[in-house]
Design a protein around this ligand. Structure first.
Ligand SMILES: Cc1cc2nc3c(=O)[nH]c(=O)nc-3n(C[C@H](O)[C@H](O)[C@H](O)COP(=O)(O)OP(=O)(O)OC[C@H]3O[C@@H](n4cnc5c(N)ncnc54)[C@H](O)[C@@H]3O)c2cc1C
Ligand code: FES
Length: 270
């Protein structure tokens, strides 16, 4: 077995609230993760779940978790000092090169792994257009941390117009692409949003990278749970980060994913 396939048990060093349902969990370890990669987080007695790395700066690892169902709600009750198991890092990552101009488009907790991209890319002298969408001002995440980064312009959209553009972050992306020459687009968040981002990127002739979430059990390619048709690729090893050109070949991209027993869960149930 490779080192990253076995869990290391670490106590939570710090917990921060991002908003009423999203928290940052800090661990005093580095696992050498790159932006876009994920870990399998084991909550003893609860479950083990895939979670993206929101920062690994060589000293601390940060995971940003949104309370949704049983496991993540249990996670939200954890306290500093509680011990968790971490396996990883797993999967592909977002690739940035020195001096590039990047448009990063995040929705919900998807903004957290994109913060990690911006954090590393700012050090490479990249120019970053960070476009974040949320339901309202109080649902935004990572605002203070993004403001502290160099070479980063923050663009906000909210559904209710409480701050920034009233509407979708994809509308803001279109405007950014009109005003700025962008080398790459990277996106993480609801799949319907990423599908739209991919279409806009393709229309503008800009290479676009998405981060795919499919039900994951092992995280390193042995269980077959995260395979997508018709390509037969495992999204835990060929993803989560992949070119939109690949993702749009999935039968289910932007439509549905499957739960733990293979039942379809539609992103936009009728
Ligand atoms: C590569 C990857 C990175 C992720 N990064 C983050 C992150 O940074 N922060 C975060 O809050 N969440 C992240 N998630 C999603 C997170 O794994 C699920 O929200 C969590 O597993 C939900 O579990 P639950 O018991 O709280 O909710 P449930 O009610 O069980 O499920 C809520 C939703 O999450 C899906 N889900 C449940 N278990 C899994 C699983 N093992 N694998 C994939 N999807 C699952 C369900 O199908 C459902 O759509 C990521 C998922 C993947 C695949
Ligand atoms: S989660 Fe097991 S093969 Fe991908």
């Amino acid at each position: 077995m490779n080192k990253e396939q076995l869990p290391i048990v670490v106590p939570i060093a710090k917990i921060e609230d991002e908003n009423e349902i999203v928290k940052n969990f800090y661990f005093d370890i580095s696992i050498g993760a790159k932006p876009g990669q994920f870990v399998m987080l084991w909550m003893p007695g609860v479950d083990e779940k895939p979670i993206s790395v929101a920062l690994d700066d060589g000293k601390q690892l940060v995971l940003t978790i949104c309370s949704r169902g049983k496991a993540t709600q249990e996670m939200a009750k954890m306290k500093v000092g509680d011990k968790l198991g971490i396996r990883g890092p797993f999967g592909t990552h977002f690739l940035t090169n020195e001096g590039e101009t990047l448009a990063l488009v995040g929705g919900g907790y998807g903004a957290a792994p994109l913060y990690f991209v911006a954090y590393e890319a700012a050090k490479q002298g990249c120019k970053i257009e960070f476009i974040e969408g949320a339901r309202s001002e109080k649902h935004l995440v990572y605002m203070e941390k993004l403001k502290a980064l160099e070479n980063t312009n923050i663009h906000i959209s909210t559904d209710d117009g409480s701050v920034g553009h009233k509407g979708y972050n994809t509308e803001v992306l279109k405007k950014v692409l009109e005003d700025t020459k962008v080398d790459k687009i990277m996106t993480c968040g609801p799949e319907i949003m990423m599908q739209k981002v991919g279409e806009i990127g393709e229309e503008a002739g800009v290479n676009t990278f998405v981060s795919i979430e499919r039900y994951m059990k092992c995280g390193f390619g042995v269980c077959g749970q995260c395979v997508v048709d018709p390509l037969g690729i495992r999204t835990c090893v060929s993803g989560p980060v992949m070119n939109y050109k690949v993702a749009k070949m999935f039968d289910d991209f932007g439509q549905y994913h499957r739960d733990s027993v293979g039942k379809k869960e539609y992103f936009n149930p009728k």
